[in-house]
Design a protein around this ligand. Structure first.
Ligand code: SF4
Ligand code: SF4
Length: 292
């Protein structure tokens, strides 16, 4: 099974638009996963039909039994995070789930329960089954949720006998990105021709080198800054990344976002043509089935 992960140094580089476009162009059956659990946007472009959803639990939260509580205030005194108010209510945003309040409560009135921090969704799309997730606002454990989304995508691929998983990753190089790299066969980096794009590319390339994952580069909006695009290309060569192609700036991309459809389905413009070409290179170099 081959896992192909799309990453970018920051949000707004066009990674998800490119991932959705390639998902629509690939004829090979595959599972699609969106592991950007803080802002899952891939479903917006793939017309998903929800099949099921399940809660995702991680960490612990204290639950106070008012029937047993005598109001002694020990829990409030012991809480180092100031999460328990004078009226003994527990503020879920301040609570760190340490369990000290439950440990010291003389009446055993507080029990620690597993906490629901998000949801995982399974949908069908015209391009293959889709697994994605949502982490509730303010919750941590995004790395754990990424791992769970990937686990479910792998299970689905095994059950349905599919050889490929196409994954839209999180932006940046933080915990969710590192969690998403485990087991990945190939990573496609999407960069824009800016100074920060160049800086981000080097950081991502170093990360891929560390995990020994082969990396590829797509330059988006390449024509907006041709000199910087050349610098990205030179840097990619130095960093050991293979080049898949450039996409020019094309206002029709906004139309695809407005319509909620993959770009090749709604446009025959320059960006769409570039994506067709890139898809051929992806097939030849990554999927291993020759040019599509
Ligand atoms: S320590 Fe236990 S009994 Fe005392 S106020 Fe807290 S919950 Fe109530
Ligand atoms: S679990 Fe820890 S942080 Fe949360 S209320 Fe209890 S003592 Fe405070």
């Amino acid at each position: 099974m081959k896992e192909i992960l799309f990453l970018s140094g920051k949000g707004g580089t066009g990674k998800t638009t490119i991932c959705a476009a390639l998902a629509s162009l690939w004829e090979k059956p595959k599972v699609i996963a969106d592991v950007d659990v803080d802002a899952s946007n891939l479903p917006l472009l793939l017309s998903p039909r929800l099949l099921s959803q399940s809660p995702f639990q991680a960490g612990w939260e204290p639950v106070r039994d008012e029937g047993k509580c005598t109001g002694c205030g020990t829990c409030r005194e012991k809480c180092r995070f100031g999460a328990i108010g004078e009226d003994l209510t527990i503020d879920p945003f301040d609570c760190e789930g340490c369990g000290v309040c439950a440990w010291f409560c003389p009446e055993e009135a507080i029990v620690m329960k597993e906490k629901e921090v998000g949801k995982i969704f399974l949908s069908e799309t015209p391009y293959g089954p889709l697994v994605h997730a949502e982490l509730y606002p303010g919750e941590e454990n995004s790395g754990k949720l990424v791992v769970e989304v990937k686990r479910r995508a792998r299970l689905l691929a095994e059950e349905q006998g599919l050889d490929f998983i196409l994954i839209d990753g999180s932006p940046g190089i933080g915990c969710p990105v590192i969690a998403s790299l485990s087991g990945v066969s190939v990573c496609i980096l999407v960069a824009e021709p800016t100074l920060s794009g160049l800086h981000d590319l080097k950081r991502l390339a170093a990360l891929l080198r560390h995990f020994k994952i082969p990396g590829y580069l797509i330059i988006n909006k390449a024509d907006l800054a041709p000199e910087m695009s050349s610098e990205l290309l030179n840097s990619a060569e130095r960093e050991g990344l293979s080049f898949l192609g450039s996409i020019p700036y094309d206002p029709e991309v906004f139309e695809c976002l407005r319509l909620g459809q993959p770009l090749p389905l709604v446009s025959k413009g320059p960006a769409s043509k570039a994506l067709l070409e890139i898809n051929g290179h992806v097939y030849k170099n990554i999927v291993g089935g020759g040019e599509q």
